[in-house]
Design a protein around this ligand. Structure first.
Ligand SMILES: Cc1cc2nc3c(=O)[nH]c(=O)nc-3n(C[C@H](O)[C@H](O)[C@H](O)COP(=O)(O)OP(=O)(O)OC[C@H]3O[C@@H](n4cnc5c(N)ncnc54)[C@H](O)[C@@H]3O)c2cc1C
Length: 305
């Protein structure tokens, strides 16, 4: 019987693990990927907003984090496939057949990018679907591109690509954009960015690589095709709660509902980081939530001894 099982090895899970370790709790972190870090691996731009740390990108940030983790004594298993979780019994069944049990569970499974589910989205991954404008924009210099989405991430990608691409078409579903005003102001009158509001991309087309997108505008009956050589898809994220969403309270979008102490509706089960924070996901928020959960667990365990 472990004191704590932490599911997810991103900033929230790792921060919780560091605090659990410091507070003397017998802790195991389970990470599905072959390395920890979560979304840090997708941050190609500078990180300037975490107190005390400035990093050129997510990987550099993670290196600093990892130095501290290497010195800690909690157990960390990577490439773990969780078959099922019984939150009430705090029992985790792995696909390998192993069964683990703990007094507390911390859910730190974060979020993943939402997919459009349109033809071409999977086929052209790495063949014209742009993973990140900060990382890949030199590769797309001189080409026409389409960015799908109306939030901060979509507009940020469009602005970066507009520095090197002759045309950038921004397609988004609503009438107005969700992106913050400092971003949308830069779009107004931009010489190479065209915006299609109330529009959706219905197909990504091509042979070996992306050659065009099919766009349907709300007022138009027929979709039309537009030649592009690159597509960025930024239509939001969804929480990784499939494993346990039937067992605790989640909001309409599937995010775990927590108290200010990171408690879920199941006794001794906590949720930290983006998986329980739809409105303000940040590395500092995730780390703080991890620390809170660890401290609450430790104080309750001590009180029950
Ligand atoms: C492009 C980009 C730029 C960003 N820039 C900033 C920034 O400048 N400043 C800032 O503060 N924040 C930034 N963020 C947000 C920040 O990265 C997140 O808020 C933070 O990573 C959340 O940490 P987390 O641990 O909650 O979740 P995640 O980082 O999503 O980590 C979750 C982990 O759980 C694992 N997991 C999921 N399901 C399972 C399962 N079933 N079993 C085992 N493991 C599982 C995942 O593999 C992952 O490793 C940025 C994010 C992106 C994508």
């Amino acid at each position: 019987m472990l004191d704590v099982i932490i599911i997810g090895g991103g900033p929230a899970g790792l921060s919780a693990a560091l605090w659990c370790d410091e507070l003397g709790l017998d802790t195991l972190v389970l990470e599905q990927k072959d390395q920890t870090g979560g979304q840090l691996h997708s941050i190609y731009g500078r990180i300037e907003n975490y107190p005390g740390v400035r990093a050129a990108n997510g990987r550099e940030f993670l290196e600093r984090f990892s130095e501290r983790i290497a010195a800690a004594e909690f157990d960390l298993w990577t490439s773990v496939e969780i078959e099922s979780v019984d939150l009430n019994a705090r029992r985790v069944h792995l696909r390998s057949g192993e069964e683990l049990q703990s007094i507390s569970i911390i859910i730190a499974t974060g979020v993943k990018r939402r997919q459009l589910g349109i033809p071409g989205e999977q086929e052209f991954a790495g063949r014209g679907i742009i993973e990140s404008a900060s990382r890949d924009r030199d590769q797309f210099a001189g080409r026409d591109v389409c960015v799908i989405g109306g939030g901060d991430a979509a507009v940020e990608n469009a602005l970066l690509l507009a520095e090197v691409c002759p045309t950038v078409t921004l397609v988004h579903r609503s009438k107005t954009m969700r992106a913050r005003p400092t971003f949308t102001q830069q779009l107004q009158g931009h010489h190479c960015i065209t915006i299609f509001p109330e529009s959706v991309v219905t197909r990504i087309l091509g042979d070996k690589k992306v050659e065009a997108v099919e766009i349907r505008r709300r007022e138009a009956l027929q979709p039309f095709q537009m030649a592009v050589q690159g597509v960025v898809i930024r239509v939001g994220v969804e929480p990784n709660t499939k494993l346990f969403r039937e067992q605790l309270r989640v909001d309409q979008a599937g995010y775990v509902v927590v108290t200010s102490l990171q408690e879920t509706t199941v006794t001794n089960v906590f949720a930290v980081g983006d998986v329980s924070n739809p409105l303000a996901p940040t590395i500092s928020g995730a780390s703080g939530a991890g620390a809170t959960a660890a401290k609450v667990i430790a104080s309750r365990l001590n009180a029950s001894k």
